[in-house]
Design a protein around this ligand. Structure first.
Ligand SMILES: [Zn+2]
Ligand SMILES: [Zn+2]
Ligand SMILES: [Zn+2]
Ligand SMILES: [Zn+2]
Length: 399
């Protein structure tokens, strides 16, 4: 463990002395390297019983009986329901209640809201289910179970909550005319009526369901599966490293991956470039397609620092868990590269934008009980505007 701690320090806090090759070698030796998430088109529907990790689409509710309402996921600025940004299935060995564990991140789709007051525009919730729960049979490859248990398993019968046809939050309202479609809010009822043409299709005898589904899907972020590989070890990674070595520098897509919207505003001033940003860029450049970095530590390990985008804009305090009062620790960060997969415009003045989003969760996975969802904490960093020049890739000798 002592060795490992020394090594963590090497890789995480002092990469400025390493070149890209040395960094990737150091990572290959790091047993606790972060898991990097990549977006892929889903091969199968990402339904709750597959325990998906994904971005966009409707939430796949791990607890099928109790789901979030629009009131719990409303943007504090525009007061519209937020969209699912990411959900990650992150099972843990302990406590028992976290055997199945999913973290949901919601955000307002309106980039203008986020620019005005981002702290009102994100919500994070943790959901947990023990191995023995009324909804899913125990996993088959679980050594502790014998075959009889799985065969004998009988899922609880319960009234399935109605979901909003637009966003998948609890559908507490319905169309007064046809009584057949449910909505989380008046906002989504209006969206469906106008933009998704329910005013034409309400009570229609033979509605074009494919078209309706498609129209409704466009109201959400595009749905992608998030697959993961440990940093420095994945097959993807080996390819990237080979590319990096061949070209004698960072992979060419690096500049695209980190391209800032409106970057023409930044002046070319190599002197003032934030050193933390250089570390960030070096590290991300090894695997430029990553959209997410998962770095939750085991209970007995020292806390790890996220990969900050810049030296400023760090949280001065991470609030303690609302439920147990215990500490929250860094779990994962969502990178700006995810913006390329959401199906949102990059060119609009009010387009969605961030440098990275950092999610902190209760270190001890405290029991959530009947509430089903425990709120967690998110922090946003932007790319520093201090003289960054992303049009010219940074060269090793500049570091
Ligand atoms: Zn908003
Ligand atoms: Zn809705
Ligand atoms: Zn209707
Ligand atoms: Zn807690």
């Amino acid at each position: 463990m002592a060795d490992h701690q020394a090594h963590v320090t090497d890789v995480n806090s002092d990469v400025s002395d390493l070149d890209q090759k040395e960094l990737s070698e150091a990572l290959a030796l790091d047993k606790w390297a972060p898991q990097l998430g990549y977006c892929e088109d889903p091969e199968e529907p990402l339904t709750a019983d597959t325990f998906p990790s994904k971005s966009g689409g409707k939430p796949a509710w791990m607890n099928p009986e109790h789901i979030l309402t629009a009131e719990q996921v409303t943007c504090g600025n525009c007061e519209k329901p937020m969209n699912l940004l990411v959900q990650l299935f992150t099972p843990e060995d302990e406590p028992e209640e976290a055997f199945n564990r999913t973290v949901y991140v919601f955000c307002c789709k309106n980039g203008g809201c986020i620019k005005d007051n981002w702290q009102k525009c994100f919500k994070v919730y943790r959901s947990q289910l023990p191995r023995d729960n009324p909804y899913y049979p125990p996993p088959e490859d679980d050594g502790a179970s014998d075959d009889d248990v799985a065969i004998d398993f009988k899922a609880k019968t319960f009234e399935k909550p109605t979901e909003c046809v637009i966003c998948g939050l609890a559908g507490t309202k319905k169309c007064g005319r046809c009584q057949a479609v449910h909505y989380c809010s008046r906002e989504h009822q209006m969206v469906d009526w106008n933009m998704c043409r329910h005013k034409e299709f309400c009570n229609a005898s033979d509605p074009d369901t494919t078209l309706i589904e498609e129209l409704r899907r466009t109201r959400l972020f595009d749905e992608k599966e998030i697959v993961s590989e440990p940093e420095g070890k994945g097959e993807d990674g080996e390819e990237e490293e080979a590319q990096a070595k061949q070209s004698g520098g960072p992979p060419s897509s690096q500049t695209n991956a980190l391209a800032l919207r409106g970057d023409e505003a930044y002046e070319n001033s190599e002197v003032d470039v934030d050193q933390q940003f250089l570390k960030f860029q070096l590290r991300i450049g090894l695997y430029p397609d990553q959209v997410l970095r998962y770095e939750r530590v085991e209970y007995d390990m020292p806390d790890r620092e996220p990969l900050w985008v810049q030296a400023g804009q760090k949280p001065t305090i991470v609030p303690q868990c609302d439920r147990c009062g215990g500490p929250r620790t860094f779990e994962f960060q969502i990178l700006s590269t995810l913006l390329n997969f959401l199906g949102v415009s990059h060119v609009a003045v009010d387009s969605l934008d961030w440098g990275a989003l950092y999610v902190y969760t209760c270190k001890h996975n405290c029991p959530i009980g009947n509430d089903v969802f425990a709120p967690e904490f998110l922090w946003k960093q932007d790319f520093s505007t201090d003289g960054m020049d992303l049009k010219n890739p940074i060269k090793q000798q500049d570091l």
